[in-house]
Design a protein around this ligand. Structure first.
Ligand code: NAP
Length: 222
C-alpha cells in the first residue's frame, strides 16, 4: 500500500482512531485526505490537504453524495464503528442491530458504492477495513459488538478475491484495545470488564503499556 501521493478517505474521522489516521496520512504524504464524519462540524482540518465530508455510513443517500464529491479516492479506510451492544443475553435487539448496521452493512455499502471510483485508480487502489481482535474470538462482555466484527471480517474475506481481480487490495486491521472513547465509557465500565476478565483468567488484571500482555486473554490462545 502506497500512502505517499494517495487520495484517502477515512470514515469516522472526527475522533478516536479515525482522527489519528487522518493526521498520520497527511504526515505520510497523502495528496488529499477526505475526513468523513456524521457531523461535519466536529471535524478539525489541520491541513489544507484535508477535505471534510459528511458521511453517515448507514445512510445510502449520504454515501451516494460522498461518492460524487470524493470521486478520486485511491485509498478507502473504513474506520467508522459502533459499539452499542454488550452481553448478548442482556443487550436489546435494537442495540444488537445498531452495531450490525454500522459495522457490517455500513462498511459493505461504502465499499460497494466506491468500487467504480477505486477501479479507476491509476495503479490500483486499497481498502482498509478496521475490524477488531474480537473478529477472531468473541469477548463476551462485548458479545454483540464481537459478533458484528466477526461478520465484518467474514464479509472482508469474501470480498478480497473479488476485489483483487479488480486491482483493489483489501486489508483487514484487527486491533486489540485502543485507548479511545469506547474504552473511556464508564459507566459501561469496559476497562473494568477487561480487568475483571483478566483477573478471572489468572493474569493479574493489570494493564500493560502494550497490548500483547493485555489481550488476547489466555483462553483465546488455545
Ligand atoms: N477502541 C478500541 O479499543 C478498538 C479496538 C478494536 C477495534 N476498534 C475499531 O476501531 C474503529 C475506530 O474506533 P475508535 O476506537 O476510534 O472509536 P470511537 O472513538 O468511538 O470512534 C468511532 C467513530 O466511528 C464513527 N461512527 C460510528 N457510527 C458511524 C456511522 N454510522 N457512520 C459514520 N461514522 C460512524 C463515530 O462518529 P460519531 O462521533 O458521530 O459517533 C466516530 O467517529 C472502530 O471501527 C472500532 O470498532 C476499536
Amino acid at each position: 500500500m502506497k500512502i505517499e501521493g494517495s487520495i484517502a478517505l477515512v470514515t469516522g474521522a472526527n475522533r478516536g482512531l479515525g482522527k489519528a489516521l487522518v493526521s498520520a496520512l497527511v504526515e505520510a504524504g497523502a495528496a488529499k485526505v477526505y475526513a468523513a464524519a456524521r457531523d461535519e462540524r466536529k471535524l478539525s482540518a489541520d491541513s489544507s490537504r484535508v477535505v471534510p465530508l459528511a458521511l453517515d455510513t448507514t445512510k445510502p443517500e449520504q454515501i451516494a453524495a460522498a461518492v460524487r464529491k470524493a470521486n478520486d479516492v485511491t485509498l478507502l479506510i473504513n474506520n467508522a464503528g459502533a459499539l452499542t451492544s454488550y452481553d448478548v443475553l442482556a443487550t436489546s435487539q435494537a442495540d444488537f442491530d445498531a452495531d450490525f448496521r454500522t459495522n457490517v452493512h455500513g462498511t459493505l455499502a461504502v465499499i460497494k458504492a466506491f468500487l467504480p471510483v477505486l477501479e479507476r485508480a491509476p495503479g490500483g487502489a486499497t481498502i482498509v477495513n478496521v475490524l477488531s481482535l474480537t473478529s477472531l474470538a468473541s469477548f463476551p462482555a462485548l458479545g454483540g459488538y464481537s459478533a458484528s466484527k466477526a461478520a465484518a471480517y467474514s464479509v472482508t474475506q469474501a470480498l478480497r478475491p473479488q476485489l483483487k481481480a479488480k486491482h483493489i487490495d483489501l486489508l483487514a486491521v484487527l486491533p486489540g484495545p485502543i485507548d479511545t472513547r469506547p474504552l473511556e465509557q464508564e459507566p459501561q465500565g469496559i476497562r473494568a470488564r477487561f480487568r475483571e476478565l483478566l483477573t478471572r483468567e489468572g493474569r493479574g488484571g493489570q494493564e500493560s503499556s502494550g497490548t500483547d500482555e493485555f489481550w488476547p486473554p489466555r483462553r483465546f490462545h488455545k
